[in-house]
Design a protein around this ligand. Sequence first.
Ligand code: GDP
Ligand code: IMO
Ligand code: MG
Length: 428
Amino acid sequence: MPAVVVLGAQWGDEGKGKATDQLGSETDYVVKFNGGNNAGHTVVVDGEHFALHLLPSGILSPGVVPVIGNGVVIDLEVLFREIDDLTARGVDASRLLVSSNAHVIAAYNRTMDRVVERFLGARKIGTTGRGIGPTYADKINRIGIRVQDLFDTDILTQKVAGALAQKNATLVKVYNRRAVPADEIVEDLLRYAERLRPMVADTSRVLNDALDAGRTVVFEAGQATMLDVDHGTYPFVTSSSATAGGVCTGSGIGPTRIDRVVGVAKAYTTRVGEGPFPTELHGEEGDWLREAGGEYGTTTGRPRRCGWYDSVVTRYSTRINGLTDLVLTKLDVLTGLEKIPVAVAYEVDGRRLDEMPDSQSDFHHARPVYEHLEGWEEDITGARALSDLPPAAQRYVTTLEEMSGTRISAVGVGAGREATIVRHALLP
Ligand code: GDP
Ligand code: IMO
Ligand code: MG
């Protein structure tokens, strides 16, 4: 022990990468347990920007062992490009371990992701187009390709042929695309097999042994609670378990081993892609937040939808994940506002709801009930303790803490590693 989980408490891009990176110097292992290269985490170290997609953010700290768990879906070309880019910039990625049970993204799944989105038209999800959903669908449908399959060409060929028997019929007859030859896919996947082989491990065993030996393991979620396939705004979600429960299935450790669950939330809210978002701002205020916060996707470059902080969402995240701590990020972005609205409840068809509605239709109709908190003018980027903040900013933090039902243990006041107020240590 200890095992600490870092996850998104909203719709993603809360600053999970920075939060994990900050634990780096005290961490022995950092584990990605869900998602794939739909994630995009920007970490700023000494003014240098790193954009991570498949590798967990803790990789930027020397000595940390990065682990890609069984719950991840891997695009091998992206993985090795990311490793090469980081290596060229002096980051040691040589200790990376990859679960033999993780699934790989085949080219037909990237194709399927894009053609299905086009087919859906106005009903599209707004996916990242990386093949994430179709690869998880194959996993659940028991026609997926796993890392271990790459080391047995006969098995790999059989599995690819089996998957394509279904996919090609759909691609040709429904989507009017060309059939994909199996040998093309097999050849593509085998391109990376030898480079991957030394990294492949029984990562469940490695992590359990590490916890037995008293090592510190950080589990870093991709995406976020509201994008979780079970607990998010289905169907406008990603296709994996981005919540605390996903740690266990996605890495092969038991729930009794987890000591802390840290939710990361922005001081306001953003969302990328389609789906309901009660506090979204459509006019000038939304544009102002987007520019002030630099809210453009790390993965797709899409402008993020922006809105006010929603305490109904963070209370829900507290419940779903059993949060022990919150990290509130990007407080600096709100500087200069006279009043800051924060949603405390929803109004749905004339009824007030203090908690997340369990009907998706109600959530689509939910209108935020706002409380207006006092803003501040002072530059807060140099604050390193809560008492360094102007009184109104302190009250913003403590009011959000009361509303959200979880203590706020750290507050981000800038993108750099150092730009953080720590109130309580995140590692036990
Ligand atoms: P992730 O996907 O949750 O890791 O978040 P992203 O990296 O996609 O988006 C968060 C963005 O906010 C990144 O560009 C970070 O560098 C930046 N960031 C994180 N924390 C802070 C903060 O406290 N203040 C400011 N201004 N930027 C931050
Ligand atoms: P990080 O880890 C924000 C969104 C997509 C889309 C939906 C489904 O950086 O927070 P997918 O390609 O996963 O099938 O798309 O999920 N989405 C994200 N939004 N941050 C992310 O990751 C996301 N990963 C997926 O925009 O709405
Ligand atoms: Mg991101």
